[in-house]
Every structure is written in structure tokens, then in C-alpha cells.
Design a protein around this ligand. Structure first.
Ligand SMILES: Nc1ncnc2c1ncn2[C@@H]1O[C@H](COP(=O)(O)OP(=O)(O)O)[C@@H](O)[C@H]1O
Ligand SMILES: CCCC(=O)OP(=O)(O)O
Length: 356
């Protein structure tokens, strides 16, 4: 049998996740947390590169893993230019783009450089899979009402596409023949519509429901007033909308479990806000149905919030009229990366090459 051992790396805002897979099976995984205090020593995110690399190397050494034993390295895709779904071979153009001109600053922008640095001395390849910038929107779905301002897709594609593929595999369905709306319910929420094997429409975190961290879609004129109020720098306003909106703005926590504890203790505002979030999620799911003229076969709820029966019950009550609802909780990013690159190693998929 061919070597199917894959090193998976996923640098996130608050942790570096590392895992080793043989085929579909995880051998071990670790999530190394980074405190705010530790990260505040770095002026910009990319300055953390050497620190994160040594952590990964130490972790591999601790587990007795030699780099030459791997068939490939799989890295979370960062804020690349608009790309296709699936695998991309990490190359210098990708690494430089993510270093110097990414669409957004995020720790995942370092992933491909880390992967390349680990893989290339051994002559093995590094890949990303289903980056956040996969853009397969139908031209008509990408339109907005302001000429020259199209929608540019950005979502939790690694998890949503893996959830859609897993659901089809488990139910003996052909992915390319099944219309599915998949909602990633995590710290941020994005929802996409899968049809004819592509993600042809979506609701982004900045357009749709509020979430634990995100304010979601706000009335645009109000946002303009906020931006010109003199109260915020651009960075402060972005943080308010992207990282300290949603549940954090109401309760000071992004942990839905804590909000649900308040509800259990009779907090009416907490119950009202959770119902509001469920309604906003259901409305955003429904918003994607016209793109396939209502022919939605399944709705899938995934991500960390999908562990909450209270939340998924509320959503189902409001949206089950549209299509059967399946729940695949968790963010499953490490497994999705490993399985994606495994398909490349098994020649079931061909990796794309990012070019200028
Ligand atoms: N058992 C649970 N019940 C309710 N909420 C949960 C549960 N487990 C995780 N969560 C919530 O899921 C969210 C994180 O989801 P996740 O998909 O891991 O996030 P991200 O998209 O940021 O990676 C947090 O708000 C967390 O409180
Ligand atoms: C919207 C796609 C990427 C993203 O925002 O990820 P997090 O929710 O993990 O920050």
C-alpha cells in the first residue's frame, strides 16, 4: 500500500492544532493554546511564524515522528485570492500572497508557509484544502445593488463541504446530484448552497445571522454612521463587528453553553437572544432556496453550536418546512484536511496550482 501518512497543521487565532493521520484514521492530535498575553508580544500575525514552527517541530519530536515518514503535509487555507474548491499545492506565489497581500489578517495565513518549510526539505508536497476564499458563486448570485461591488465568497468551506460530502457518503447519495444548504454554526456563522457539485451561493458572516462573535448583517446606513461617529478607528470597528459582536456584545461570552446556563436559571433576555439567533439562522438558510428554485433536498447544521439541542430544535422548528434537517456537530477541520489530501494522494482528485 502507498504511504498515506499525512501531517495536518492548522494555526488558529488562539491555538496551533497539529494532527497525524494514516489514511482516514487520526493517530494523534494536539491543540497548543496561545494566550492573549503570549500573542501580544508579536506586532503582526506573521511574526509568530518561527514560534509556531518550533512548536510543531517540538510536538513532532515528542511523538517520535520524523518528517521523512510523511507522504504529504496538509495545511488550512488562509485568505488567498478567490479559488476553486478542493486542493491546492502550496507554492511560492501562494505563500507570498498570504504573507504580503492577504484579504484579511488571520493566523491561518501562516499555514501554507509552515507546511512548505516542513515539507520541502524532505521533497514532499504541502497542500491546502477548501480555503475560506473558495468562490463558486453563480454570477447572478454574486450581484449586489451597487455597480462594481460584487459579493466575494468567504466562508467555513472546509467544514461545510466536508459535512456535505460525509452526509452524501453516509446516505448513499451522489454529491453532484444533491442540493444541500449547509450552515456552519461556530464562533462565526456562514451558510452555503451546494448544487451540481459546487457551492453556488452563500450567506457570509457579515451578511447573515449574528453568532457568538459576529454582529452579522446590520443596517448599512447605521454602519456608515458608526464608521463616521469618531468613536472608532477602523480596527476597533472591525473588532466590534467581527470579534466582539453577537453573543459577546449581549453577555460578554462567546460560549453558548454559558448563555444556555443563564436560560436554565430563568434569564429571559438570554432566551430571547438565543431565539433571535435561531430565527436569523433559519431566515438565512431560507434565503438560499430561490437560487435552486426551492429544490432543496437537505439542510445540514454543523459547527460547535450544532452540539446544542436547544438551538438546533429552535432552528428546525422554523426551517423544517423547507427540507429535512440533518445535524453533524463540530468543526471537523483536521479530519476534513486529512481526507481532502488523501483524495489527492489516492488520485481521486487533482490539486490545483495557484497562479498570478
Ligand atoms: N455542547 C455544546 N453546546 C452548546 N454550544 C457549544 C457546545 N460545544 C461548543 N459549543 C459552542 O460552539 C462555538 C464554537 O464553535 P466552533 O465550530 O468550534 O467554532 P469556530 O467556528 O470558531 O471554530 C462556541 O460558541 C461554543 O460555545
Ligand atoms: C468566514 C470564514 C473564516 C472565519 O471567519 O473563521 P473563524 O470563524 O474561525 O474566525
Amino acid at each position: 500500500m502507498e504511504n498515506e501518512k499525512i501531517l495536518v497543521i492548522n494555526p488558529g487565532s488562539t491555538s496551533t492544532k497539529i494532527a497525524v493521520y494514516k489514511g482516514e484514521c487520526s493517530q494523534w492530535s494536539e491543540s497548543i493554546p496561545h494566550s492573549l498575553e503570549e500573542l501580544s508580544n508579536y506586532t503582526c500575525i506573521y511574526d509568530q511564524l518561527e514560534m509556531r514552527k518550533s512548536l510543531i517541530q517540538n510536538c513532532l519530536e515528542k511523538h517520535g515522528e520524523a518528517m521523512e515518514s510523511f507522504a504529504a503535509v496538509a495545511a488550512r487555507g488562509g485568505n488567498m485570492p478567490a479559488v476553486h474548491a478542493g486542493a491546492y499545492e502550496v507554492n511560492d506565489y501562494m505563500v507570498n500572497f498570504l504573507h504580503y497581500t492577504p484579504g484579511d489578517q488571520h493566523a491561518s495565513n501562516m499555514a501554507s508557509q509552515l507546511a512548505l518549510d516542513l515539507a520541502s526539505p524532505q521533497g514532499i508536497k504541502a497542500y491546502t484544502y477548501d480555503a475560506v476564499t473558495v468562490d463558486e458563486l453563480l454570477p447572478v448570485a454574486a450581484m449586489t445593488g451597487l455597480k462594481g461591488i460584487p459579493r466575494q465568497a468567504r466562508g467555513h468551506n472546509l467544514n461545510t463541504r466536508a459535512a456535505a460530502l460525509t452526509f452524501c457518503k453516509n446516505h448513499d447519495l451522489n454529491y453532484a446530484d444533491t442540493n444541500m444548504i449547509v450552515a456552519h454554526l461556530g464562533g462565526g456563522i456562514t451558510i452555503n448552497l451546494h448544487s451540481e457539485g459546487r457551492m453556488i451561493d452563500m450567506v457570509m458572516d457579515q451578511e447573515g445571522p449574528f453568532s457568538p462573535e459576529r454582529a452579522g448583517g446590520l443596517p448599512t446606513y447605521t454602519v456608515v454612521d458608526m464608521a463616521y461617529s469618531g468613536k472608532y478607528t477602523r480596527e476597533e470597528l472591525m473588532k466590534r463587528l467581527q470579534r466582539t459582536g453577537g453573543l459577546i456584545s449581549y453577555f460578554g461570552t462567546s460560549d453558548l453553553r454559558e448563555v444556555e446556563k443563564l436560560i436554565e436559571n430563568g434569564d429571559e433576555e438570554a432566551a430571547f437572544v438565543e431565539e433571535g439567533m435561531a430565527l436569523a439562522i433559519a431566515k438565512s438558510i431560507a434565503k438560499l432556496a430561490p437560487t435552486v428554485e426551492g429544490k432543496v433536498d437537505y439542510i445540514i447544521l454543523t459547527g460547535g453550536l450544532a452540539h446544542s439541542k436547544r438551538l438546533t430544535d429552535l432552528i428546525q422548528k422554523k426551517i423544517a418546512f423547507l427540507a429535512p434537517v440533518a445535524i453533524l456537530p463540530g468543526e471537523n477541520e483536521m479530519q476534513a484536511l486529512a481526507e481532502g489530501i488523501l483524495r489527492v494522494l489516492r488520485k481521486e482528485e487533482t490539486a490545483h496550482i495557484l497562479q498570478p
